[in-house]
Design a protein around this ligand. Sequence first.
Ligand SMILES: Nc1nc2c(c(=O)[nH]1)N[C@H]1C(S)=C(S)[C@@H](COP(=O)(O)OP(=O)(O)OC[C@H]3O[C@@H](n4cnc5c(=O)[nH]c(N)nc54)[C@H](O)[C@@H]3O)O[C@H]1N2
Ligand SMILES: Nc1nc2c(c(=O)[nH]1)N[C@H]1C(S)=C(S)[C@@H](COP(=O)(O)OP(=O)(O)OC[C@H]3O[C@@H](n4cnc5c(=O)[nH]c(N)nc54)[C@H](O)[C@@H]3O)O[C@H]1N2
Ligand code: SF4
Ligand SMILES: [Mo]
Length: 771
Amino acid sequence: MTQSVKTLCPYCGVGCGLEVVATPPKASSKSTISKPAFKVRGDRSHPSSKGMVCVKGATILESLDKDRLLHPMLRDRLDEPFRRVTWDEVGDRIAYEIRSALQTKGADSVCMYGSGQFQTEDYYIAQKLLKGCLGTNNFDANSRLCMSSAVAGYMQSLGSDGPPCCYDDLEETDLAFLIGTNTADCHPIVFNRLQKAHKRDRKMKLVVVDPRRTPTAEAADVHLAIRPGTDIDLMHGIAHLLLRWGHIDALFMDECTRGFSDYVSVFQSYPPELVARRCGIRLDQLEAVAKLWGKSDRILSLWSMGINQSSEGTAKVRTLINLHLMTGTIGKPGCGPFSLTGQPNAMGGREAGGLAHILPGYRMVKNPDHRAELEQAWNLPAGRISPHPGRDAWAMIRGLEQDEVNVLWVAATNPAVSMPDLERTKKALERSPFTILQDAYFPTETAHYAHVLLPAAQWGEKTGTMTNSERTVTLCPAFREPPGEARADWEIFADIGRRLGFEAQFAFASAAEVRTEFIELTRDRLCDQTGITYETLAAEGPLQWPQPDHAPSQTAVKKLEMRDVLERFLPHPTTPVQPFADAEKNDTPHKRLYTNYRFPTPDGRARFAAFHAQGLAEAPDPDYPLVLTNGRLYGHWHTLTRTGRIEKTAAMHPDPFLEVHPRDAKRRDIEDGDWVEVRSRRGKVRLKATVTKAIAPGTVFIPMHWGFLWRDDAEVNALTHPEACPISLEPELKACTVQLVSLTPHAPKHRDQDAYNPVSMGGILAQTFHG
Ligand SMILES: Nc1nc2c(c(=O)[nH]1)N[C@H]1C(S)=C(S)[C@@H](COP(=O)(O)OP(=O)(O)OC[C@H]3O[C@@H](n4cnc5c(=O)[nH]c(N)nc54)[C@H](O)[C@@H]3O)O[C@H]1N2
Ligand SMILES: Nc1nc2c(c(=O)[nH]1)N[C@H]1C(S)=C(S)[C@@H](COP(=O)(O)OP(=O)(O)OC[C@H]3O[C@@H](n4cnc5c(=O)[nH]c(N)nc54)[C@H](O)[C@@H]3O)O[C@H]1N2
Ligand code: SF4
Ligand SMILES: [Mo]
């Protein structure tokens, strides 16, 4: 490789630029095999991160040579050992299994479950194979467990997916409203930028809404530790006060929105006293936050899984967008509803159509024109793309249970850890007639359930593009050879496509050719990136969409006034572009969406939503009195395939744990450090307790990272349930109910003799259990 390569961090959706530098091999050293021959540092020229990185980006190289899957492996039954096979053998076998599935049960018996850790090229080729060539929309990604509520909320409220904000807004806002996001641990460089601005500018306020006192909450001016699942109550309470105090932007609502009166009739029944009680916060706290919403000119809200992973996830997202529509805080610097993307390329996945109900270029499966456009582009017969949305992730599990799935192809995700209700998930996986797992590492928990293992080249070993949370696309070039026989995901999909007879559709010689075909499908769409080719990326560095090929490049944009540029950038598909209202000047290279206050809905207006709060799908009761929530730790990434194998990150968080409030702990005779069994209606785990006021009473917390390969009995998803948002189909991974049973006996003096209280019933059970 050349001396240094600029690329993107392959972990979180912040999308920090990295620079990988070749280090001269030390001829004398015997340890060169295990030491990376590269060094990594932050790329100062990357517009999103400006040289900053967190511990995960800084240590990524150390994971590249640990426990890699090197060769294709095959077995006929799950109780047999794997045997090494050639790519040719395994390719023929996969093509055979897919063909038989098509003949016996039809295309919808084939499913692929992919990941926001694909590059856009991988995503795109998978869509072409499944949705185009095979004619089934059964492609879904782990984004279903992650971003799908944000996607549905943006689509329904604003007319299209696509976060309207950019990272410069972090520095330009007066009020940052962080709800259901532990940004400090999960989007550290976004948080760095925000925190620096907060420290610099005394007027800027930071509000965090989270049942847990996370490192994010500790930095806040106001932390609302609401009860899990009461976000809609809280937001309706804020809306109620804003209207009462007259802090609304009537002109904006009048000209640019629809549906306010229905919304008012909903939030009128959420008076602040009631809301404070339901949320478990003080009235004055609610009023203080509503005042901040009322008096701030520039309001930026950030959210992630505390909002999305909910049985009312779409309603939560839309209710948050309501507050922005009501206050006219969208389409302006420092303003807007900004969904933080979880994975490095979940955004690219959405652009490439990587969920069961969407198609490349922000198109919809249900739209006949969209299907026809793709059939033409892909040179396939009219009607090949199914008009029905395919199976979402959990529907694939149900399909296995009902013997409706013959081939399950899993790539770049580890469902045997990350899916809800693991006992059910694992039983379904055991029934699968033929499971292909395409991963970079071995072993993983899901490999336990696979018939075929395909070795994937990962970050640094394949060239592709990824889009971060602020719509910035970065080229990620290969800088090392893939180990063993590993291949890029898109090459594996294309190979199978050719074996199935689609030679013309998969005649790509390089990833650049794949991108060229893909970006043509974004032409004149909101996510137009026809101007973002490998050449422009290599010449100019990362570029943010929309970026049509006839538009000036970002460097040129810098010199122009945004209003001129955006008129050309965003010709509205259904309504003529309206004259700009008071859209502000913008002299940064970053672009925002909707700066003309016209939205891609049929009439150009955004939509208010009118949802009542439903609460949690599984409410606490005397048997299961506590709400379990769960989430991430700073140094670990998901199912530990990388960070569990890196010394530094593994040492940061050596063990899983249970956080429990002192009040709840005392009632159950639990002391700090005790072993505790946590039981839900579906399963149980055993963990050491951390007794802490950082978690709200009535709620407990477990980190999500430890699957069965890493620890016995610590899988949080043994406890969770699959009840999902009816609109986005995103499961409520963030909440289920549990009881705690202490496994460490104490002398009787610790017994708590509280009178019966439904919240402490689990404690009473625990005491009975210990006799
Ligand atoms: N209880 C609970 N459950 C959750 C969540 C939660 O908050 N709570 N969060 C959910 C969310 S938001 C997410 S995103 C999921 C994440 O859950 P998963 O997607 O299951 O987690 P990862 O460990 O990231 O799995 C990615 C896999 O891809 C492999 N890999 C890495 N790079 C490549 C590549 O280039 N190609 C291929 N083929 N493989 C590669 C890695 O080795 C790893 O095995 O978990 C979900 N589950
Ligand atoms: N270190 C690290 N960073 C990551 C990842 C990782 O694995 N490790 N994964 C990436 C991915 S794919 C994702 S999706 C993001 C996730 O990023 P985040 O969403 O920030 O992460 P989580 O820890 O899953 O959950 C966020 C918070 O939601 C809170 N919460 C739970 N229930 C509720 C509720 O009812 N209401 C509200 N308001 N809050 C609630 C939890 O207490 C938790 O602090 O992180 C990304 N970044
Ligand atoms: S903040 Fe996210 S993208 Fe940036 S270095 Fe850390 S993990 Fe990587
Ligand atoms: Mo995620």
